[in-house]
Each structure stands twice: as C-alpha cells, then as structure tokens.
Ligand binder design. Structure first.
Ligand code: FUC
Length: 822
C-alpha cells in the first residue's frame, strides 16, 4: 500500500511525472478552427480538459473539484484512491478581541519619530500597535478507497473536464475497464463519486475517513461518520513562539462532521471498524456530506455553533433520494450556466505539426508553455473554473488556496491576505462574466468593515473603518504580529479598507445595480473615507499624507544607515486614497446623496501628496526618493494607480505613466507567481501585449519546487495550480484577469478592444467578456486587428469604443447583440 502523505516530502519535491524531451519543441497552438460566425460562447470548439497518464504522486498533481464550499483534491490512485477534503468554513479559533488600546499612544510616538526622520526607531515603536495573528484555514480530512485489484493498470487516464466540472479516472486491469467519476455538487451540496466497470461484480473496496485534526470515526446505520474538532488556535507557518502551535480546547474551536454512504448495484456492502466495505458490486455511488459548527464570524462556534451532524445528515438524506443521473445532470447544468458564458480561442499563425491535445497537461507545460496557445486558453478558463469551484453566493470567499488545503499549518495560514492576494482572487470575477461569484468577497468586506470600525476607534481614535494586511474567517481587522513580533513592513500596513472598497465599487461599475450601490456598497465606502479624513495629516509641504505608511512589503534604505518600513506618505497610500475618494465621489453622484460630504472628499483629494518622479526616472515609491532594499521586489504597490486602479493612464498622466513603466522595468520580469500575474495586468494596461506575453510565458513555466521562495520559482505545477512557490491560487486568478485585460479594457470609460494583443496571438475570438457599464463583448480578430465585434448592453445607450487608434460612438439598443463593423 502506498501512502500519499509519507512518501512526499511536503515542501520540496521534483516533478516526477514530467515527460521531458524533444516532443514538439517549437510551434504549437490551438486547433485552427474555421472562423465562422458563432452566435454564443458555447459554439467555439474548445478542449477544456486537464489530463494525465499517471495518478498524482503529490498534492500539486491532484485535481481540484469544489462547489464553492466543499472541496476535494482527487489523486486518482489505482489501488488506493485518495480524496483530500475541505470545507471552506473549517478554520481554527473563533471571534476574539484583537484591538490594542495602547495603539493611539504609540501612534503619536511613531508619528513624532517619522517627522524627525528616525525611521528605524519608528519601525521599532510601531510594533506596539500590533495584535494577535489571524487564524488558519484547515483541512477536513481524507476519503480513502482501497481496492483489491492491485496497482498495475493499463490504459490509465485521469482528467478534469472544466466544462462539466467532473473529474474522472479510467484504467484497465485484466480484461476489465474501470471508471470513476467525481464531482462536488452545488445544487445538492454533496460530493458524489460513481465507480463502474464493464464487467459485472468487479468493484471491491474499503472506504475510510480520516483527518489530521482531532477526530473519531463512527458507524451509524449504513453511514460512516468522521466527527472532528478544530484547534482553538493555529499559529502561522512562519511563526514559532516556542509554545505549541496547535492548541485544542474544550471551550473553543469548531466541530465538524463528514458523513459517507454508498448505494450499490449488485454485490454486498457493510460497515465495520475497518470502514465501509463494498464487495463484488457492478456499480457503486458514494455520497459524502460535510459541515462545521461555524455559525457566523461573530459567534462562538462552540457555545453558539450549528450542529454539523444535523446539517450533514439532512444533506446526505436529500442527496440519497436522488439518482446518480439526476445529481449529475443538476450539477453539470449549474456549473455550465456559469462556465459557458465565456469562451476564448487563440489561433496560431501556423498550425502546430502535432495537436498539443495529444500531450498530457504536464507534458504541455513542460515542453510548450505559453507557445501552446490552447494551453494559454486552458489557463484562462482554469481561473474561471477555480472561481466557480471556490466561490459561490453564500460561501466564504476564496482564500490563499481557494478552498484546497491539506496542511494543518498551511503557508501564510491559507488566510485572507489583503495587501494584494485576496483582491487578486476576485480580479477575474467581473470581466470574465462571473459577477455573482464576487458576492462572497463583498459579504466578507462588510464583515471586516464591522470589525474594522472598532479597530479604527480603539487603535486610531478615528471614525470609519480600517483593516490591515491579514484577515480570516473571523474578519480580523487589526494589525497582526503577536503584539510586537510582526515586521511592520507587512503587519502595520493599514490600507485594507481602501483596497477592499474598490471591489464594492467595481461590482457596481460593471453591473450597474443602483440599489446594491445605495444599500450596501456606498455606506461601507463612505465609512472607509471617514477613516482617512481623520487619519491624513499635512506634511512639511502642506500635502496630505498617511503616517505611518508602509509600501508592502518593501523596505527602503535609510539615509545614514539601515533599512526601515515606515515613513510618511508612501505612494501606495496616496493611490489607494485617491481611488477610494474618487469611487466614493462617483457613487454619491450616482445616488444623488451626501453633496456636502462629496465636496469635502473632493477638496481633501486635491490636497493629497502628488506622484513624484525619482532620480532614475521611476515613479517614486515613497514621498522621499529612497532607494529600495530590494529593487526587484515582488510587490509594486506604488503602481496601484495603473492596475488595479485607474488613475494613471497614458491620456490623463503621460509623465507619471512613463515613470510607472520605468519602475516596472527596474522591477524586472521574473517573480513569484502572483507577482507575475499582477505584472501581466500591468503590461496590459501599458498597452504592451508583447511584454504582457513575456510575463505570461514566465508564469506558464513548470514550477519545480513547493518550498517557499520569495524571489523566484514562480510558475505552474502539473495540475496548473499557480506556484508562488508554494501553491497560492491568486496567481491563477490574476493570470485569468490578465489575459482578459489584454483583450478588453474599460477602466477609462471607453470600451477598448484588443488593447494589448501580443504579436504571437494574431487571430482568435472571444465571447462573453464584460466591460464596465454592464456591456457584453464578443470579438473576432485576424492579422492582429479586430475583424468584427459585437456589444450587448442591457439598457439602451451609446458606448464609445476604441479599436486600434480609432474611437467611435455606437448606439446600442437594449438587450440586442449589435455588430460594430457594418
Ligand atoms: C504576502 C506576500 C507573499 C505571500 C503572502 C501570502 O505577504 O508578500 O509573497 O503572497 O502574502
């Protein structure tokens, strides 16, 4: 029997399934389909499958399924199948007070030190403002099936079909062909697996449940149960306090339960202490339900918790009343309703000699990368698939690993890191036509805002709300660092409320729902402004700045020696406050509300410290032209105004736009996964498609290690998960957003078609992208130029469109797909 856990060194591995060698070294791309007139996204032929010739030997080869909440990583072993299970509400800890009443006193001291240019001292003092670390996202357990047919199979293939969201495993042993199909159903809230064979009576296995958390396995009638308990505290992976990092307590830490049942055709099934036995069946359907006692971010999961047993039992009962076909049909229909909205086909200049579809996905990554245009298309759609699978209305937002995590001390707690990462997860939601999947993040922002009001009051004696660089299921809003042990370069960054508020606005900007803007987005945005109205201070020149202020997560060289994180008026803060104020001004204008408040933020915005060009021609990252400790640092927060912001455009600010470009040239092209995804979007906004493709090419390289690396090693794993390294899902979402941004932009109010098309993508078509203003966009192109495009607007309107250098206005009737070229 093999053991997936012990035979893999967790953090360091070499991809064993890589088929290296000279297969198709040059030239590749999508099947050159005829460029006929498609009427909808579904009609573009695409091969949206990831497939492999071997079972997964490690976690980053396994394939993810999920219904927004309930996730599984499918290993596809022949003799031993492992499904690693997750529930998105399964976290350590519970609600607590993380605010620090000493902080206002410390804040005054930090400001004084910064004004005296004692930056190293300011950093040291600022640690006195910190609170506890966030809690961690945890694994639920494993469902393991052990078969009696041995490990030697022929014609093995496992795959994940992105269009149906079904993972399957096929192989032949002797004369028998076996097939397993697995999905996580959103409509029925269960994991479903069907095992079948083409010869009767051949399915024999034992199914067991286990968990790396405290647990017990119980038998109840014909249901196998995993009954578990999460720790009251889990320290971050990078933090060693000397005390035990995982702490269990009776009065804290949520409970959880998974319930498994089987329906068999033929053969026998029974439960005993060894597990759920199936012997000699023709066909088996397994159903697994799981739940936790989580009952809201502000409720104790112990004293006020829900009953996971009751929830799981109800879900299992209702799913058991349905046939496999009914469950499968409902699942596929619900998934396709989202997935099929967008299609993308990139057609290479010369058709490849051999179809890349003949290569397995890992072989394509290893030998072709971004030269394989269909692989670029697959990466694009994979980001959409992952968002559908990890974020559905009512679920928790996708965390650093979406919903897929097997570790009790996952990298960076697998939490919500809101100085870039959590936001990046949601960059593709609006432009790639999955707007309702943005909702879990919007709900989360509202919860953080509630807690952030208290943090603003206690830690800053300010109105409004504030959030720092980390958050979790409990909507943590204070600076982390275990009361002084965190580096202020990340822990004391306070721009979370401004950056999160951008998502509230963008959801409106794309969707146009005024009621949502009035009732939900605007009040939270306004309160975020209130914090800055209290927090901004005049600098020596009279400009308004934040102090203290960090540029995540880069230190500057202090003139006179040493490095420091905190100064006054880091460029990013200016960019964030401009973005927040501008969106709030526009929102209040749309709503016809709060004229006096609008005027106040307009006047305050006019006094913000301006952007400055430094001595290397770069956009200055700090108010003073400090030198970076690491010029190639993965974060480039000062360029926020290019992307995801909208302040720095070639038209509005040509000098600053050029300086931003210079800054990025200094930063370079290689970086961690998410950083490359951000760079792809940046170069798309620069209008430089060839440079965006250079970055995308680096991002689509095979990643060789899962060991944490802050400077290099970014790429993708065999399962196309993005490598920071280690695996971090934001790079997947950011890459999808970046590809969309290369094809369509709308941040200036103009619908810009093919704003950053690389010369290596001469022809193609895309269906169903979304522009701000609620407009659907379909584009055909050839020879690097638009050959036809269609816009569909929900309401009648005139839209300004840019193609190449040409601007034109188009009258769009309500709900009609209108061709732009006549
Ligand atoms: C920030 C980044 C790291 C990593 C972590 C989750 O601290 O600087 O690269 O992505 O978040």
């Amino acid at each position: 029997m093999t053991n997936d856990r012990s035979d893999i060194s967790r953090r360091e591995f070499v991809i064993r399934s890589a088929a290296l060698g000279g297969v198709l070294a040059t030239g590749a791309g999508a099947t050159a389909a005829p460029m006929s007139e498609p009427s909808s996204a579904q009609q573009i032929a695409s091969h949206l499958t990831l497939w492999y010739r071997r079972p997964a030997a490690q976690w980053v080869e396994a394939l993810p399924v999920g219904n927004g909440r309930l996730g599984a990583m499918v290993f596809g072993g022949v003799e031993r199948e492992r499904l690693q299970l997750n529930d998105d509400t399964l976290w350590s800890g519970g609600p607590r007070d993380w605010n620090n009443p000493n902080a206002p006193r410390v804040l005054a001291e930090v400001r004084r030190l910064i004004a005296e240019e004692k930056y190293v001292e300011a950093d040291r003092a600022a640690r006195g403002m910190q609170g506890p670390y966030t809690q961690s996202y945890l694994p639920l357990g494993n469902l393991v099936l052990e078969f009696e047919h041995g490990d030697l199979a022929r014609s093995y293939r496992r795959e994940l079909d992105l269009q149906s969201a079904i993972a399957d495993v096929r192989y032949r042993i002797g004369n028998v062909n076996y097939v397993r199909e697995l999905f996580s159903s959103h409509p029925d809230q269960v994991l479903v697996m069907r095992l079948s064979a083409d010869t009767p009576g051949m399915i024999t296995f034992i199914a067991t449940l286990d968990s790396p958390l405290r647990h017990d396995v119980q038998m109840d009638g014909d249901v196998l149960k995993l009954v578990g308990k999460a720790p009251a505290n889990a320290d971050p992976s990078y933090y060693d306090s000397g005390a035990p990092p995982l702490v269990y307590r009776d009065d804290a830490g949520m409970t959880f339960e998974a319930q498994l049942s089987a329906t068999t055709n033929g053969g026998r099934q029974w439960l005993d202490r060894a597990g759920l036995h199936v012997r000699g069946a023709d066909e088996v359907v397994l159903r697994l339900a799981a739940a936790t006692s989580f009952n809201g971010y502000d409720k104790s999961p112990v004293r006020e918790g829900k009953s996971p047993a009751a929830i799981a039992a109800a879900q299992l009962k209702s799913a058991s009343a349905k046939s496999y076909a009914a469950l499968r049909d409902a699942h596929v229909a619900a998934h396709r309703a989202l997935m099929d909205r967008v299609s993308l086909e990139l057609v290479p200049a010369t058709p490849p000699e051999k179809s890349p579809q003949e290569l397995s996905t890992d072989e394509r990554i290893n030998t072709l990368g971004a030269k394989d245009l269909a692989l670029v298309g697959l990466l694009f759609q994979y980001g959409r698939y992952l968002l559908i699978s990890s974020s559905r209305p009512g679920t928790q937002p996708a965390n650093l690993q979406g919903i897929w995590n097997e570790e009790t001390r996952p990298p960076w707690s697998s939490n919500y890191t809101i100085n870039i990462n959590a936001q990046m997860n949601y960059w593709p939601a609006e432009p790639t036509n999955l707007a309702e999947l943005h909702e879990p993040f919007i709900d989360f922002i509202e919860r953080v805002a509630v807690n952030g009001h208290r943090t603003a009051q206690v830690n800053y004696a300010a109105r409004g709300w504030v959030a720092h660089h980390n958050s979790d299921l409990w909507a943590q809003s204070a600076p982390v660092g275990d009361y002084g042990k965190g580096d202020p370069v990340w822990a004391n960054w306070h721009g979370g409320s401004a950056w999160l508020s951008q998502h509230l606005w963008e959801h409106y900007a794309f969707g146009g729902d005024v009621q949502y803007l009035r009732e939900r987005a605007y009040p939270v945005m306004k309160a975020a402004c209130e914090f800055y109205l209290d927090f901004l201070v005049p600098n020596e020149k009279g400009f308004l700045v934040t102090s203290p202020s960090a540029s995540p997560e880069l230190r500057f060289k202090v003139p006179g020696g040493g490095t420091a994180a905190l100064s006054a008026g880091a460029t990013m803060d200016r960019a964030l406050v401009w973005d927040l104020f501008t969106n709030t001004i526009e929102a209040s204008t749309v709503l016809g509300a709060d004229a006096a408040f609008r005027e106040r933020i307009r006047q305050t915005r006019a006094r913000l410290i301006p952007y400055q060009v430094g001595k290397r021609g770069q956009l200055q990252e700090w108010a003073k032209d400090f030198e970076e400790q690491e010029p190639q640092h993965r974060h480039f927060s000062h360029l926020f105004g290019v992307y995801p912001g909208r302040e720095i455009t070639r038209e509005a600010m040509p000098t600053i736009f050029a300086a931003a470009r210079r800054s990025m040239e200094i930063r370079g092209d290689e970086a961690t996964g998410w950083s490359m995804a951000w760079k792809t979007n940046f170069w798309a906004r620069m209008g430089d498609g060839d440079h965006a493709l250079v970055i995308l090419t680096n991002l689509l390289k095979p990643a060789w290690s899962t060991a944490t690396n802050y400077t290099r090693g970014g790429g993708v794993y065999p399962n196309l998960f993005d490598a920071h390294p280690p695996f971090q899902i934001d790079g997947n979402f950011g890459a999808t957003a970046g590809i969309a941004e290369m094809l369509l932009q709308s941040h200036t109010g103009v619908v810009h078609l093919l704003p950053a098309l690389p010369s290596a993508w001469p022809a193609g078509r895309v269906r169903g992208l979304r522009a701000r203003g609620g407009v659907l966009v379909d584009i055909d192109w050839a020879g690097g130029a638009v050959t036809q495009a269609w816009l569909t607007s929900r309401r009648a309107r005139t839209m300004r469109v840019r193609m190449g250098d040409r601007l034109s206005d188009h009258r769009l009737p309500a709900g009609e797909r209108t061709a732009l070229i006549r």
